[in-house]
Design a protein around this ligand. Structure first.
Ligand SMILES: Nc1ncnc2c1ncn2[C@@H]1O[C@H](COP(=O)(O)OP(=O)(O)OP(=O)(O)O)[C@@H](O)[C@H]1O
Length: 319
């Protein structure tokens, strides 16, 4: 059995809508429509989808905040609703847009409070805080009130607070939202390090393709409450990445009369093409392109993962 097991999990919301002056109409919103998956120990899973797809609702059901309408969910063998308190001691949560730290207190105080909630001994707590200070580089922040910190500094302290008790599973909801490129890069390597050093299972939702690409080997895509893809990243790229982008710059002006290739942009002496490798041979295309004139510069790249994912998101209702 996996660390997280979900079978046919469903959540309906009933929303009231005013109809006329006194009348109300009730609408059923099927936020999660019977999803099933399993997450193994030590996995970093990206659980992604467009806005309103059902990601937060799923996380809330897995962390015991929301009751499912039907279906089965187990996290570390516990029923998130029935065993919510027990589960709190075994999981960590980081919601990028919401703070769990006491705003006016320095993190040191929060860690002490949390340490006593988790029943940690002083020595054990000190050892853990020292370790977190080392890997998250937050030693100098311990005595600064959270309200005075930058977003990047705060998120690092949030992560420290959420893994203080060495949880077996961490739910990260948009952890890098609003961070600059350097802070994002650092945070991603920290998440990886925690995963490797403590074999922590990581359940990540993010709209940031960089988070997914850099951190996850597997990706589940949910749309309109249903899983539309559950695949490993390599296979996903292989299956979807049939299209190559070729950019060329010639020494002289060229007449681009190419058949069967999609021209993305062109000037008098440069062209950018998209080639579908399924129907074309790259040697053949390159040969033709080199015959057109003297090439000064060339680059061949894959389609960005962002485009591939956007294409998958658009496959709505094909389940
Ligand atoms: N408390 C609620 N009452 C009624 N409808 C809700 C409630 N919470 C969520 N929904 C609806 O359920 C659907 C799924 O919402 P959810 O927040 O899970 O999406 P999401 O994938 O997390 O989106 P985002 O990326 O925008 O955060 C949406 O249509 C949303 O409007």
């Amino acid at each position: 059995m996996g660390v997280i097991t979900v079978k046919d999990l469903r959540k309906d919301f009933i929303a009231a809508k005013r109809k006329g002056f006194l009348k109300r109409e009730y609408l059923k919103i099927e936020a999660v429509r019977g999803i099933s998956f399993e997450v193994e120990e030590g996995e970093i899973l990206a659980f992604i989808g467009p806005n309103g797809a059902g990601k937060s609702t799923t996380i809330k059901m897995l962390t015991g905040i929301l009751n499912p309408t039907s279906g089965y969910a187990r996290v570390l063998g516990l029923d998130p609703q029935r065993d919510r308190k027990k589960l709190t001691y075994k999981i960590g949560t980081v919601f990028g847009q919401k703070s769990q730290l006491w705003f006016h207190l320095p993190p040191k105080d929060t860690f002490e409070l949390l340490g006593s909630i988790y029943g940690m001994e002083d020595k054990e707590l000190k050892k853990r805080v020292d370790y977190l200070c080392e890997i998250l580089e937050i030693k100098d922040l311990l005595d600064i009130p959270v309200r005075k910190m930058s977003l990047g500094q705060r998120i690092k302290c949030e992560i420290a607070a959420s893994i203080l008790h060495k949880p077996k599973v961490i739910f990260l909801d948009e952890p890098t939202i609003g961070l600059d490129v350097v802070a994002k890069k650092n945070l991603r390597s920290l998440i990886k390090r925690i995963n490797q050093e403590e074999n922590t299972t990581i359940f990540l939702t993010s709209h940031d393709i960089g988070d997914i690409e850099k951190l996850c080997k597997r990706m589940i895509i949910i749309n309109l409450g249903q899983i539309i893809m559950d695949d490993n990243m390599k296979r996903l790229k292989y299956n979807y990445d049939n299209k190559k982008i070729i950019s060329l710059r010639y020494a002289e002006d060229i007449d681009f009369n190419l058949e069967d290739v999609k021209i993305l942009s062109k000037t008098n002496n440069a062209v950018k093409l998209e080639v579908d490798m399924e129907d074309r041979d790259i040697d053949d295309i390159l040969l033709k392109l080199f015959k057109l004139g003297k090439v000064e510069d060339i680059s061949i790249s894959s389609r960005p993962l962002e485009d591939i994912i956007a294409e998958i998101y658009s496959i709505r209702g094909e389940v």
